[in-house]
Design a protein around this ligand. Structure first.
Ligand SMILES: Cc1ncc(COP(=O)(O)O)c(C=O)c1O
Length: 369
């Protein structure tokens, strides 16, 4: 009798590593490892979630019509071109399932979001990473990495974990120079946090092309990560394909209700954006004053590089911070062996991280202490 076997290549996939919520000793801690908005979700979104408890018997609307219309209304889109996912993770996976086959290549940026490679491999395709320039996505390097087998290019803009971004003009250049049979996916998970005149999430690129998709999420600015809700703005033909292969009820009723309420609470969203703008700049300045390298992030997180000495390495810093009940994100799975990623937190959390890192950077302090 032959054993059951998974599809070729699946056992070569390194499972996605999420941000930890417990310290090494198993203690609950201040979690600054997954880039959820510091202010948490809108109280209206929480109330909408709770209201759904009375209706759990029923299936949700499989087309998520009211939610798609609320998204379209909020962002100025055509609801027919919006599709929702169980997190934008699901949409990334569906796109790979739909447009990649064994032998195809998925192109992404060297330190791009790690799920792209996992989703490509799950579809039997090969991920190809293009080098970055100064930890910023490099359009020229992407273009030289295109091969006849390339079918999808994923760009996280701003990128996670660097927080750096490409201006709209560079995205336009990339689209113009890519072959038309290559799908360009713009992952704008952190778009709401960005305050730059030359930045655009990609709405106009999707509107003007039949081979561009923009993905978004409710996990970050709206802090509904636990509900799993993402969406994409797509050409009609792409929506049509994804609707055929997604789960028929992929967005649960609570996520639909909370998502609508979160969008409607514009004042809360503005407060979350303002909070981030203030504390991102503060953290960046403080970290640099401690002698630590950061990248110029426009998201709600900072990539922090540590000195190349064992006592002051990212690993040592992680151990020290965990002893203080603070969890940042280890970055080995993104190819940064000596860096941690810090999510902007509340005022108290931000101050606690800087105080702990100040102690850590003093002579004689390391994780072994
Ligand atoms: C760039 C990027 N894209 C997508 C996601 C996935 O978000 P979601 O919670 O919507 O699946 C993340 C989450 O970390 C991210 O950083």
């Amino acid at each position: 009798m032959s054993p059951i076997r998974p599809n070729p290549g699946l056992l070569d996939i390194e499972p996605y590593q999420g941000g930890k919520a417990l310290t090494a000793s198993g203690r609950a801690a201040t979690k600054l490892s997954s880039n959820e908005s510091a202010l948490g979700p809108s109280p209206h979104a929480v109330a909408a979630f709770q209201d759904v408890a009375a209706r759990l018997r029923r299936y949700p609307d499989g087309s998520a019509k009211a939610l798609r219309e609320a998204i379209a209304d909020h962002y100025g889109l055509n609801a027919e071109h919006v599709i929702c996912g169980n997190g934008s993770d699901e949409i990334i996976q569906l796109l790979c399932q739909a447009y990649l086959s064994p032998g195809d290549e998925m192109l992404y940026s060297e330190h791009g979001f790690s799920l792209y490679a996992i989703a490509a491999r799950a579809a039997g395709a090969t991920p190809v990473a293009a080098p970055e320039k100064n930890r910023v996505t490099d359009v020229d390097a992407l273009l030289t990495s295109v091969s006849p087998a390339t079918r999808i290019v994923f760009i996280a803009n701003p990128n996670n974990p660097t927080g750096t971004y490409l201006p709209l003009s560079e995205l336009q250049r990339l689209r113009t120079e890519l072959r038309s049979d290559i799908l360009l996916v713009l992952d704008a998970a952190y778009a709401e946090f960005v305050r730059r005149n030359d930045y655009a999430a990609g709405i106009e690129l999707v509107a003007g092309h039949d081979n561009v998709v923009m993905t978004r999420t409710f996990s970050k600015i709206y802090a509904l990560a636990g509900l799993r809700l993402g969406w994409a703005y797509c050409p009609r033909a792409v929506v049509d394909v994804l609707n055929r292969i997604r789960g028929p009820f992929n967005i649960n009723a609570a996520a639909q209700a909370a998502g609508i309420a979160a969008l409607q609470d514009r004042a809360f969203t503005e407060a979350a954006i303002d909070h981030n703008e203030k504390w991102l700049a503060w953290l960046d300045t403080e970290l640099r004053q401690l002698g630590l390298r950061t990248e110029p992030s426009v998201g709600n997180f900072l990539l922090i590089s540590f000195p190349e000495t064992a006592a002051k390495s990212a690993q040592a810093a992680d151990g020290f911070l965990q002893q203080q009940g603070l969890i940042l994100r280890r970055m080995e799975s993104y190819g940064f062996t000596n860096a941690l990623r810090l999510t902007v937190g509340t005022e108290a959390e931000n101050k606690a991280v800087i105080a702990a890192l100040r102690l850590f950077m003093q002579d004689g302090n390391d994780a072994a202490k």
